[in-house]
Design a protein around this ligand. Structure first.
Ligand code: DC
Length: 230
């Protein structure tokens, strides 16, 4: 059977990686969570003290990019997790602290250049599902299927809030809503590769949709594309 490339873009907390993992799992494709890569670079900056409450030394972060090695490694359940310089950082990158610093890091052209190169390599020559902000527009402009996901800001903040609470973070809904709003603004107004719907993307608003219905709807689109029906 022919393999295809699937790009999933959209605003933060729209469930892109949940959907991406489901599709990749079902189709036996590789899944690339590009946001995890920007988060891991941000974690590195925090660990090294280039990013802190008092400021962001972007020049130092850029100068250290060659020291950063990123890899996705499957865990015992077959779920790909991100490793930063050989260490599994999947948990550390999902905190609200990282979410607060990641968007400014993702505006840096040097960071984007390095990560886009890596993303293209990871998807080369195989069936791939990749999620992010610029996958259908910049990373894989020729992707066979492009999905652009959205949901109301409040629904997204509520989902992320629940997720963070389950992980044991001590935060308020208002803080999460503020972060989601702030990231939407930075991600969609930055000069370089802003979050933008590709002209040929299919828009899915999942404010009122459950995860299973969404999966089956998009899986059908993928199957149609694989079979050349659409
Ligand atoms: O998908 P996420 O919330 O884990 O992404 C974290 C941040 O990384 C997001 O706020 C913007 C940035 N990002 C990006 O600029 N380009 C991508 N392809 C993926 C993420």
């Amino acid at each position: 059977m022919r393999t295809i490339t699937i790009a999933i873009d959209g605003f933060s907390s729209t469930g892109k990686s949940t959907l991406g993992r489901q599709l990749a799992n079902y189709l036996d494709y590789v899944f690339v969570d590009s946001g995890a890569m920007y988060r891991a670079v941000t974690l590195y900056g925090l660990q090294k003290g280039f990013i802190s409450e008092t400021g962001f030394d972007s020049e130092k972060l850029i100068a250290s990019l060659t020291d950063i090695s990123l890899e996705f490694v499957n865990n015992s359940e077959g779920i790909a997790e991100i490793h930063l310089n050989g260490e599994n950082v999947e948990k550390e990158i999902r905190t609200l602290e990282i979410s607060e610093y990641v968007s400014p890091v993702a505006t840096l052209s040097e960071v984007r250049k390095k990560l886009v190169e890596l993303q293209r390599k990871l998807g080369e020559g195989r069936g791939v599902v990749m999620d992010g902000r610029d996958i259908g527009t910049v990373v894989m402009p020729n992707a066979d299927l492009k999905i652009f996901m959205n949901a109301s800001r409040e629904v997204r903040a509520q989902r992320r809030y629940k997720e963070l609470l389950n992980r044991g973070e001590n935060i308020s809904y208002e803080e999460v809503l503020e972060n989601v709003t702030e990231r939407d603004n930075i991600d969609s107004t930055r000069q370089l590769s802003p979050l933008k719907q590709a002209d040929d993307a299919i828009v899915v608003d999942n404010s009122e949709m459950n995860i299973s219905d969404q999966f089956h709807m998009i899986l059908q689109l993928a199957k149609d594309r694989i079979a050349g029906r659409i």
